[in-house]
Design a protein around this ligand. Structure first.
Ligand code: ZN
Length: 95
């Protein structure tokens, strides 16, 4: 499946999409995603089966949009988030 940029509506294969994740914030359970096409930055949470886009502030995370990603899994570590989909894995370190 292809994953969208919510700003410019470009679509990306998972390896390109999750390779653009950075700066895992464990307290907020949030990663930053930077669109390879338009440079837009989104804050998102990775959950089993879906991505939740939103805004972080005052220690909270308010979800605005959800994108279903069947088979998506995540594993939280002390200093990183591991994302897996279709036997592929991505490692998002803390900033
Ligand atoms: Zn974009």
């Amino acid at each position: 499946m292809l994953l969208p940029c919510l700003a410019c509506e470009s679509r990306f294969k998972p390896e390109e999409y999750f390779g653009a994740c950075s700066d895992y914030d464990r307290g907020l359970d949030r990663v930053t995603w930077t669109c390879p096409t338009c440079g837009n930055r989104d804050d998102l949470r990775v959950f089993p089966g879906e991505l939740c886009f939103g805004a972080a502030g005052r220690g909270r995370f308010d979800v605005h949009d959800r994108v279903r990603v069947p088979g998506l899994r995540r594993h939280r570590h002390e200093v990183a988030l591991d994302i897996s989909l279709d036997r592929r894995h991505w490692h998002v370190p803390m900033r």
